[in-house]
Design a protein around this ligand. Sequence first.
Ligand code: HEM
Length: 153
Amino acid sequence: MIPALIAVHVVSIVIWIGGVVFVTTVVFPTIMTMEDSMEKVIFFQGTERRFAKIAKASVVVAGITGVLLLQLEGRWHVLFSLSGIGPTLMLILWTMFVFMLLFEAKIFSFLFRGTAQHDTKKIFRKLAASHWVIMLVSLMVIAIGIIANHSGW
Ligand code: HEM
């Protein structure tokens, strides 16, 4: 049961974080090459709307399987301790993403406060930069999760 749950858990992470990598390394650089502001916004909204649905579904599956794994492994007590560094970082990152997906409109208006509507270049530069941070942190959590789980920490 646990190996199958880890498999479903990791596949949902691959779809979700794989999507973040694609958006960061392909979608935003493509948007930055576009001259027309309206074209940027339409392309971004089209991509973001489609990926948001996939991301939300993957986040739900990752959360449910993650909690089930903690329960079946009886490892709730390791959370927020060194021996539980893997699931602890996963839980923190998962919670951050849930907030980002739930309050993305508010986060966007905060990110772009004081940025003139027409300054799309600046808006997308900020979005691209924030996605690089999110992507690198997520990849780090995956690496630590695997190392922690296979080195008997
Ligand atoms: C509610 C959030 C989450 C919980 C409770 C959770 C919990 C767990 C648990 C208990 C395991 C089994 C291995 C272990 O006990 O260390 C596991 C495996 C794993 N998790 Fe999570 N997880 C969550 C979210 C995430 C996220 C957001 C990521 C990556 C961005 C992630 C990446 C992984 C990976 C790569 C493994 C496989 C480790 C291995 O066996 O090689 N998880 N998770």
